[in-house]
Each structure stands twice: as C-alpha cells, then as structure tokens.
Design a protein around this ligand. Structure first.
Ligand code: ADP
Ligand code: ZN
Length: 774
C-alpha cells in the first residue's frame, strides 16, 4: 500500500511512502512518522495512493509508524489545506503548522510539572458583564486609577484579569498571567470574591499523546441547550434595519447551501449583534459556527460577547494563548465539545465539523493575509471552506475590499446593507484641514493644527476622550545632512532609519530589519556637522499633545508601546476606564473599537499612505480614514473628526470625509480598470532575491522570459524591475508582476518557469493575490 504524505518541510511536494503489512493502515488525515533523508519527521497522510513523488528521488521507503487509526485532522480540513497550498503556490507541508495543534516543542521539558491554572467562574462572568455599571463612573481626574468602590466592585486590574480569563474557558496558567501584568495578589482577591477558581494542572501537552486522539464516532452535534438563543438574557431589541438584515441572512442560512453575503454596514451600525443572532440561529439548527476576526488582542469585545452568549461551548483562539492552551482548544474543537470558534486567520483550519456559518468580521483587514509561506488570505480560504461545507459565509465591513464589493455588485455575493448607525446616532462630522494654510499661518514646523488643538482642549473640558491617528511610528522619520543632503540609511535595507526617542535616548532604527544605531554627531558621508531630523511619527505627536495640553493624560498605542506583554490589554482597559484622555496611535487605534466616550478623532497627515508605490495605497487610505472617523460618536454624544492633510483634494480623503463608500468604489475601480489591477485582473507578485543587484535583475529577467515562453499570449508580465524596497536585510530584490484573468494559468506558467531553475526556488517569493507589492 502506498500513501502520499505532507511533511513540515518548506516547499516540498507530497512524498510517497509504502505501508508495510505489519503496520496498521492509515487514512487521510492520520499522522505518520516517516524517514526523510537522515531525519525522521511527522507528517500527515494527504492521499491514500501513490500521488506523490518518492522522497528525494530515492526508492520508496516504508513509514515507521502510524500514529492514528482514524483521521487526526478531519479530511475536509486536509482537503482545504491542499487547496490552499495549490492556490497560493506553496507546498502542502507548508500548511501543516496551521492544521495541527502546536507541536509543543520545548514543552516537553515541562511535561510532568504541575502548574497553577486560574479559570473564570460563572460569578466572574456575571461581574464582568455588569462591569459597565461598576467601573464606568469616571475616576477622579488626577488619581492614576479608579478607587475601588465598596462591595464587589472591580478595579481596572481585576477587570483586565477577568476579561483575559473570559477568553480562555480552560483557564490560564498563573505564570502566563503574571507575564501579562496580573499578579498573585489580584488573583487571590478575585478568588476570594468567587470570581475565579484556581486549580493545579498537570502539564501534559504532547499533541501526539494517544489518549488525546479524538474518536470521530464520538462527535456530538451542537447542543441546543442550555445555551440556546434565549439563554442570552441580554438580547437587544434590534433596530428595523438590523432586523431586516438579520432576517435576510437567516433565510439564506436556513437554506443550508453555500452562499457568500457581504454585510455592508457603516461604522456603529451594529453588525456584531447580527453575527450573534445568526450564530444562535445556526446553532439551534444543529450546525456550527466559525467566526474570524482580525486581531483578538486588539479588540477583545467581540470574543467576550460570544462567550457571554454561548458559554463554554465556545473556543477562542488569541495570541495570548500558550501552546498548551492552544492544544487544549484544538482538542476540544476536534472532540466536538465546541459549537462556536472565534479566532484569527489560522482558525479557518479549525477541526470543526458541520459548519453552517462562517463570519469574517472586518473582511477588508490586512491581517487576514499571512505574509509568510503559505501566503494565504484567511477570508478567501474561508469562502472555499464555506463552499465545501454548504455554509453561509458572511463578510462584514464598513469599508469592504475592492474584491468583495466587486463580487457584491456583480451579484456573485448577496449584499446586505446597514446604512445607519444604531439609535439614530449620527456619523461623525468631518472637517478637512489643509496643512498648507497652517504652515502659512503658524510656520513649517506645526504638527497639530489650531482647530485640532482647540478640539482636544474642548474634549478635556467636557471630560470626553480623543483618538489621534498618525500611521507612522517613531519620533522623526529621517536624519538628513544639510551639507550633502544625504540621509541616514539602513546598512541592510534601502530605507531611511527612523529616529526613536528624544535627547540622550535618541536611537536610529530600521523598521524592516530592526538594525539600530546611535545617531552620529557628523554626517557619515561628508563628515559635515549639520545633521538635522525631519518628518514626525507617533512619538512626536504624543509629545506635541502633551505640550499643547499639559493637563491631559496622554498615552500612545503603537507596536513600540505594546512590546511588553500585557501592555496592550492594560492600555486599552485604562482608556476604557477613562484614565487616559488622549490616545495617540497608528492604525491600531482605527480597528473595530467601541469606546463610547470618544467624541473626537484627529488624523495627523492623512496622506502618509498615499505616497507609497502600491496599487492599493488609495484603498488603504480610504479604509483607514473611514474606520478611524467611525470610532467617534459611538455613545450618547455626537462625534467629530478632524483630518489634516496636504492633499485635501485627493479622492481618498474627500470621499472618506463624506463616508461615501460607493463613490470611492466607483472612482477607484476606474483606476484599477485603466491600470489593469485587481479586481479587474488577477495578480501574482514575484520577488527574486540575490546577493547582488545584477544577479537579482538577471535571474528575474530569466524568470520573465520563461513565463512568457510558457504562456500562450494570455498573460501580461511586467518587469523585471527593482522592487520598491530594492534591498532588504542585505539582499537585493527584483520584481515581476504577472497579470491575467485566469489565476491557474498564471500559476502554471510560473511553475513551469521555476521548474527550469530549481536552484532559484529558495530565492523566489511568490505571492498570489498580494495585498501589497512592496
Ligand atoms: P459595528 O461593528 O457595525 O461598527 P457594533 O456592532 O460595534 O457596530 O455596534 C455599535 C454599538 O451599538 C455597540 O456599542 C453596540 O453595543 C450598540 N448596539 C448594537 N445594536 C444595538 C441595538 N439594537 N440597540 C442598541 N444598541 C445597539
Ligand atoms: Zn534594515
């Protein structure tokens, strides 16, 4: 008997092995231990039959061991992985990390230790649900944290802890909590109230442990009690628009056939409520639900709501989970103990069966795209999964991707619209500030316009909150020499170094390879002493807000400020608790947050993204501006957005101000049509890396030629050209873009071209449906 096996080794095709008669026969989805060269690795049986090639061209070797008699990975998920590998031009083995629970490498040392694990109790969930009324009275302006109120009130820290624990029904090990800033004292106090229970657990997390292997026969169907629809006592009265949208979607779900629907609802229109109702309806009809979200850590609210509504038959996957916890979740899903999975992109491969609904929240979000092999888009894999499961796929967004809207317009997807915010709340009123006028009035160094400074001050006076967006990290964007006009560049990458910190703490850093250096006193090129810095990032904006409003409590949210574990959660909960007045940040502050006391959104330099040599620059700018403006006025007070720009007439800026999505789509589609970019054509970006510029360009030229040779006149190949970031981490990069109407043809031509140069494989990055072509 021969089998085809995927092994977790980059870029390998399926390998063929024989199954000796004394070994029990595996099935698709079983794990097998196989020899590979001089090593032994664990792979997954993809096909029973000789579809693969013999390992490394040698004779067919026998498998060493078959770990499962039944599928470990469900066959539907194996097939989905195969599709993903094929479509995104990767090896099937490249998808294995997404298919299996974490291998728990490095966990083995701990294998028999015990550890204290804290889990939230029903009382804790209740307290967390009620916290709105407990922690919302605004803390005294000058005290650093809210005073604990008498009785069973929660401090911000305790809220944090409960929120985190609510996301992980199985509990979280105490060292993990400590690393997220939640110490033994906090836990002890919560345990005293009965909000958490603490137990001792054996750390026993080997995913290959036989006793953990699921039995497919034991799969239960989703429970309709005790957490059925009416178990959620907090169901809101839906607005008329929400009701109509829900009823339409439910009717589609009831058909139990594959269908994709775009839920196009403006910011604050109450999409979450619709996801929850649909989930309840699908669950009550006996099917399961997969809910994908961009980043759970950044916007934990949805996950918490799902937990509240569906109790412990929910698995939530977020980046704070340890390998062990992930493994447990995976096993719970696989056993059928879970009806609803909420997770980030890799959750699309969750071993959930009977899927009747897949929700992709904020479907336009770039974090659905994995920027390493396999370069899949979780949204698109979700659609394929839904197709095979006969499920309804709901793509939700206020700013759909061009691709999704295109399909909605052509009728390929249903389009369900929420045009208004709930409770007749108005959208934020938007003003555009032409910064050229500010420079004329206040000089060329001005960063916050007069109007924005005044608006921040007004919010302080009214005890409301502000969000200030600048999508660029650091203090200054470059250092340049007044004498030779040179700028300080990264030695490894063709980009300028960014200045972080002020005064003595000043460092120059590369945002691509993390190279850091002291800022030199003299120009490294001409030795001139007149080095100056230019441009500004979030650190500088934070400093400017503090300078303009000394009484304001200002904090910053960007990748630098949340390096420390737990920093993100504590920053968000401090903002929610009203301990921060102004939050300055990158696009992270524009994600789906729902902070009711934010009434002002300021955008400093709306045009940061427009200068980028990428065909999606306008789309991304429009989405970012619309989304961030959508963070204002979500409570009782109306919101205002102030957008500063040097290009007030740019259509992305103009149409975002009017929150005119259809207008933007139409305008952008004209550009995509003229330039032949997606969604008009399919695009594959290919980067060839080499040690020298010439080698990169020569090899890319060779690939271009071979693709043209393999093509019968259907494709358009652009390049070779130096990539927009021509050098990265010491390697030169040349680029070719392939456009065509048939993706399969593109992949095949490329495959043929690369087959002729196997030694090139490791230096070539193929990106199918790229989100960015830098
Ligand atoms: P979106 O995701 O569409 O931007 P959300 O789902 O976050 O919007 O909802 C916006 C706000 O409106 C949230 O605070 C939510 O709790 C509230 N909300 C949603 N539906 C209703 C409703 N029917 N009645 C009252 N408030 C609602
Ligand atoms: Zn660099």
């Amino acid at each position: 008997m021969l089998i085809s096996v995927a092994v977790p080794v980059p870029n390998l095709d399926l390998l063929t092995y024989s199954v000796p008669p004394e070994v029990s026969s595996p099935v698709v989805g079983s794990r097998v231990v196989v020899p590979l060269g001089s090593r032994v690795v664990t792979g997954i049986v993809i096909e029973v039959g000789p579809a693969g090639t013999a390992p490394l061209g040698a004779e067919i070797k026998p498998v060493r061991q078959v770990l499962d008699n039944e599928a470990f990975v469900p066959p539907e998920v194996v097939a989905l992985a195969q599709w993903t590998a094929e479509y995104y031009a990767a090896g099937v083995g490249d998808t294995i990390p997404a298919l299996l629970p974490p291998m728990a490498r490095g966990m083995r040392a701990d294998a028999h230790k015990t550890m204290r694990v804290a889990a939230i109790t029903a009382a804790g969930l209740e307290a967390l649900g009620a916290r709105g009324s407990i922690s919302s009275p605004r803390a005294e302006r000058n005290s650093a944290r809210p005073e604990p109120v008498e009785g069973r009130a929660l401090t911000a820290k305790q809220c944090d802890a409960l929120e985190l624990l609510a996301g992980t029904p199985t509990g979280i090990a105490t060292p993990m909590l400590v690393s997220r800033g939640i110490g033994a004292d906090t836990l002890a106090r919560l345990a005293k109230h009965g909000y958490v229970s603490v137990r001792r657990d054996r750390l026993d997390r080997d995913p290959f442990e036989a006793s953990e292997a699921p039995h497919s026969g034991s799969h239960s169907t989703p429970h309709s009690s005790p957490h059925s629809c009416d178990a959620r006592d907090k169901w809101r009265q839906l607005t008329g628009e929400q009701t109509a949208a829900f009823e339409r979607l439910r009717a589609v779900a009831d058909r139990k056939e594959f269908r994709v629907a775009l839920l196009h609802g403006v910011t604050g229109s109450g999409k979450t409520e619709i996801y929850l109702r649909l989930t309840a309806a699908v669950r009550d009809a006996g099917r399961r639900v997969l809910m994908l979200v961009p980043e759970i850590a950044l916007t934990p609210a949805l996950a918490t709501l799902v937990r509240d509504a569906f109790g412990d038959r929910v698995a939530i996957q977020h980046s704070g989970l340890s390998d062990g916890e992930r493994h447990d979740q995976w096993q719970r899903i696989r056993r059928g103990d879970v009806d609803v999975v909420v997770g980030t992109r890799s959750a699309v491969f969750a071993p959930l069966d009977c899927v009747g609904l897949i929700v992709v929240d904020e479907e336009h979000d770039a974090s659905y795209k994995q920027e390493e092999i396999p370069r899949y888009n979780g949204r698109d894999v979700a659609i394929v999964r839904g197709q095979r499961a006969g499920a309804l796929v709901v793509l939700g967004s206020a700013t759909p991707s061009m691709e999704t809207y295109h399909h909605a317009m052509s009728g390929k997807y249903d389009r369900v619209v929420l045009e208004r915010r709930v409770l007749d709340r108005p959208l934020a009123s938007v003003s555009v500030i032409d910064m050229r006028e500010e420079y004329a009035a206040d000089g060329p160094d001005v960063i916050l316009s007069r109007m924005l400074r005044g608006a921040i001050q007004t919010r302080l006076d009214r005890r409301e909150q502000s969000l200030i967006l600048l999508n660029r990290r650091g203090y200054a964007t470059a250092v340049f020499c007044r004498q030779c006009a040179g700028t300080l560049e990264c030695p490894n990458c063709s980009v300028s170094l960014v200045i972080h910190g002020e005064g003595h703490a000043r460092r120059a850093r590369c945002h691509y390879c993390n190279y850091t250096a002291r800022v030199p006193a003299a120009c490294p090129r001409c030795a001139g002493p007149y080095l100056d810095q230019t441009g500004f990032g979030t650190e500088r904006v934070e400093a400017e807000v503090k300078k303009a409003c000394p009484a304001a409590r200002v904090a910053r949210l960007d990748r630098d400020s949340i390096r420390r574990k737990g920093a993100l959660g504590s920053l968000l909960s401090r903002f929610r608790a009203g301990e921060i007045d102004v939050l300055v940040g990158t696009q992270m502050i524009a994600k789906g947050h729902d902070f009711p006391r934010v009434t002002l959104v300021g955008v400093v330099s709306a045009d940061v993204g427009l200068g980028i040599a990428d065909f999606r620059a306008s789309e991304r700018t429009f989405q970012l501006l619309t989304q961030v403006a959508g963070r204002a006025g979500r409570g009782d007070q109306p919101g205002e957005a102030i957008i500063q720009t040097l290009f007030p007439e740019h259509y992305s800026v103009q149409l975002a101000c009017r929150q005119d999505y259809p207008g933007f789509y139409e305008r952008e589609l004209r550009f995509r049509k003229a330039m032949r970019y997606p969604p008009i054509v399919s695009l594959v970006n290919t980067i060839v890396r080499a040690r020298t510029f010439t080698a990169a360009m020569d090899d890319a030229a060779d690939v271009v030629q071979k693709v043209r040779d393999a093509d019968d006149g259907q494709l358009r190949v652009l390049g070779p050209a130096p990539a927009p970031i021509g050098r990265l981490r010491g390697e030169y990069r040349a680029q070719l873009l392939i456009k065509g109407t048939n993706r399969k043809r593109i992949r095949e031509a490329l495959k043929a071209a690369l087959a002729a140069r196997p030694e090139l494989q490791r230096r070539v990055v193929v990106d199918v449906d790229p989100l960015s072509v830098l």
